[in-house]
Design a protein around this ligand. Sequence first.
Ligand SMILES: [Mn+2]
Length: 508
Amino acid sequence: MKQQLVTLAALAQAVVGLSAYDYNNPGAQVRFWVNSDEDGLGDGVVTQMPFLTGAGFATLPITDCFGDDDSEAARYDIAILGAPHDTTTTGRPGARFGPPAIRLGSNQKTYGLSVYTKRDALKDWATIVDCGDAKMTWLDNRFALKTLERAHKKVSGRPAKSSNTSSVPRIITLGGDHTTTLAALRATEKHWGPVSVIHFDSHVDTWDPKQLGGGISDYAALNHGTFLHFAHEENLILNSSIHAGIRAQVIDASDMRHDKDCGFHVITARDIDFIGVRGIIDRLRKRVEHTRVYISIDIDVLDPAFAPATGTPEAGGWSSRELLTILAGLDGLEIIGGDVVEVAPPYDNNAATTALAAAEVAFALLELMVSTPVKESNTHEEGNHLLNSKIQRSRRIHLVALQWWADEYKSAIIGGLSIVILALVLWHYDGKLVPRLSPGLDLEMLVVALVTVSRVAIGNVVEACISQCAWIWIAKSHQQRTNTIARLEDFKLFNEASRGFLGSVALL
Ligand SMILES: [Mn+2]
């Protein structure tokens, strides 16, 4: 009896469902023309994906977001914005054609119920629009970046549609070479203050202009390999930022030190082989904990097999699926903006592989933004990392020291401890340069071990001084013990001492 009732109910529902067909919301079907039976084609609805029926991302209609109308009807929560720009690339140009290619690649996204999250980002709480492209001249880099920045400010410069869940519209930028991210960060800083950047890329993009472009001219100093240096200089980003997928060579060791100074940790492309996708997600989440996040995705983070059409391709990258899984793993972070850049369609293949990957990645950003609405805080500090508020207050005086210590506090503790132990050892054996230790272990070995620990822990300047002093002390003790002249080649005395000022002074 119960089963019959269920069957009846299902039948009734089907009948009601059929009669209540919503012509304005045909799902994956396109209604071609008003119902007419003349040609025997029924009601004119065919099952087909509506390719090219919409001009915007995921076939959203292109909306004018640059006008002054901020009435209720003109509001939105998330905006897509194209940045057709490639005159600051150091490699192959062509990313100026990126935005329309990504839009074309996204045209299967008219319905978006995810089999992973069981949510449809396009039909959730958020009003999503595609604002088209910012007007960017190809004749003047700086002018183009300024108009992009202005476009960002305009698009995000009105209240959000869903005022109970979000305050201002968040933007997903379709690049464009990577320099376009600087304009986006300048605009987000106005609403959200400095934010952490999760930067997916095969290159670090924090190059000091002295290394890349600055030797040519001030104008060339700002390019798609240096924009994160400028973002750091302009205090747009927090020192809780992180790169993921890095594999391109750098020019010399100073590049990685400078990268660290710009506030970044590094996850290399090959790390995924050792810690897996889960490990990558955990490291990213841990790094940006308690901060707001901007996600910038250079499509060259993918292997050229998955994204050949990009300005500076690098073999040995991640697959599209790996990147998408990692992005999905960032669900719940407060993402205030994002971009997919460096898509250069002239190098794409007939199947538009790169554009498809870029569209999927941009949609993943959209899903993250819909999944976690973000309210603008009253002050820039609020809701941000504790460190950030400290930096804001004492920016002028303590910025460098604070950043260094906060970033390195673990290393500093290890370094400090090893220095204390070293001091105790030296204190204890003061004046007894040949102490009685167990056979096979002598004081010099102990000192070298401790010095090695501290130099690894502390890094650069401090470690250089400590190691030099240690080598000098060993050489001196050896000299006194054996009554011989210390041999430079034995102790690398001159070599080590020549590495720094203090060491040189000590040597003298
Ligand atoms: Mn890049």
